[in-house]
Write a protein that binds this ligand. Structure first.
Ligand code: SAH
Length: 352
């Protein structure tokens, strides 16, 4: 695009919007009204903003881009009511988001990038590499469209969809600021989880922000050799450095971490692996989330057997580690990262 590219108004903080309103020579209360339309009422057009004068609505339309995601597909799990969305971005790219219904409330899992460049071997999102980062508005819109589509409230947001959130750091922080803003959804920081494959410098930077969000680390192995087999990023950051960054995150924020561990049959699920993991996490502040790996067509990784998963869990518990087995949501609707988008991209006919 050229210099005429319009400002993405839904990505502006309240402070920035206030400044824009001032520059336009408007009274300050207009910023509050516009922000309320963008983030409280989740408007899809400037015409919707009915308490603004017609001339102002037209002026906004000329000056700003209003990012709205299109619903390209939605699949509903008949097992647990999980809803998996495929959204179309303004440039025609598609991303996935998931609504999970728990007893404690609704949780939306959002994507942070189109594709991913981290290359984890078991993950479908990274097979074609990174297409581009998502803008804050595009991250917010995943939550907004799901709320509008279901008419239900959302209490939790997990940044665990496609992409590596810490590889899109500035947009992620802006997203967190906007989604927690009381003039919009006002979701509590404590109800936000960001999952990372372990980008150490960005983990340190995040610790300095002193947010109350939960940081989840994708661990997946208790030794560097195994971790490097599964996650190329482990070549850059050894476990010692990654776990140091976790410790510092806890020291600076007081927030316990989540350690994600996808169990892959014959790769990281032996009793010796459980021992090594217990040793690694002993005295650290967090709990382990065990996820039986979700097999993808392009790779031949296989899920651990149920009894192996249970044994792994017991082994950790005996060593004083807190463990949960993550309930698989939406098993029947390609719930795992990147699978729905991928089936769409590789389908012979595309209909969006
Ligand atoms: N890039 C971030 C967040 C996205 S993935 C990260 O790496 O944490 C969210 C979680 O799902 C990560 O723990 C990831 O390793 C895991 N995951 C990805 N594909 C999976 C699969 N096929 N089966 C099980 N877990 C998977």
């Amino acid at each position: 695009m050229d210099s005429m590219e319009r400002v993405d108004i839904r990505s502006l903080t309240f402070g920035e919007l206030t400044e824009q309103v001032r520059v336009m020579g408007l009274p300050a209360y207009r910023a509050g009204q516009i922000f309320q339309w963008l983030h409280g009422k989740q408007a899809v057009s400037f015409e919707d903003m009915t308490n603004l004068p017609e001339a102002l609505r037209l002026q906004l339309k000329e000056r700003y881009e209003l990012v709205v995601l299109g619903k390209a597909d939605v699949r509903v799990s008949s097992i647990d009511g999980t809803r998996k969305y495929l959204f179309a971005l303004p440039d025609g790219n598609v991303i996935e988001s998931v609504l999970m219904r728990y007893r404690h409330g609704n949780s939306v899992c959002i994507s942070s990038q189109v594709g991913c460049r981290m290359g984890c071997r078991f993950c479908a999102s990274t097979l074609d590499g990174l297409e581009r980062n998502l803008r804050p508005s595009e991250m917010l819109e995943q939550v907004y469209r799901i709320i509008q589509d279901t008419g239900e409230r959302v209490s939790n947001v997990v940044v665990m969809g496609s992409g590596e959130p810490l590889d899109n750091y500035d947009s992620l922080l802006r997203f967190i600021g906007l989604v927690t803003d009381g003039r919009g959804l006002g979701i509590s920081q404590r109800n936000i989880t960001v999952s990372t494959c372990g980008l150490v410098p960005q983990m340190h930077k995040l610790a300095e922000e002193k947010l109350q969000i939960t940081l989840a680390l994708s661990l997946h192995a208790a030794d560097d050799d195994t971790r490097r087999q599964l996650m190329p990023v482990a070549n850059r950051y050894p476990l010692r450095e990654v776990l140091d960054a976790c410790d510092i995150y806890f020291q600076k924020t007081g927030r316990r971490l989540t350690f994600e561990y996808s169990l892959v049959r014959g790769v990281n699920d032996s009793p010796a692996d459980a021992d090594a993991l217990a040793g690694l996490l002993k005295g650290r502040h967090g709990h382990v989330n065990l996820i039986p790996v979700n097999p993808i067509r392009e790779r031949n990784y296989v899920q651990s057997e149920r009894k192996t998963v249970d044994a792994f869990k017991n082994h950790l518990e005996k060593n004083g580690i807190n463990v949960t087995i993550r309930r698989e949501m939406g098993r029947d609707i390609q719930g795992a990262c990147g699978q729905l988008r991928r089936s769409y991209l590789t389908a012979p006919q595309r209909s969006v």
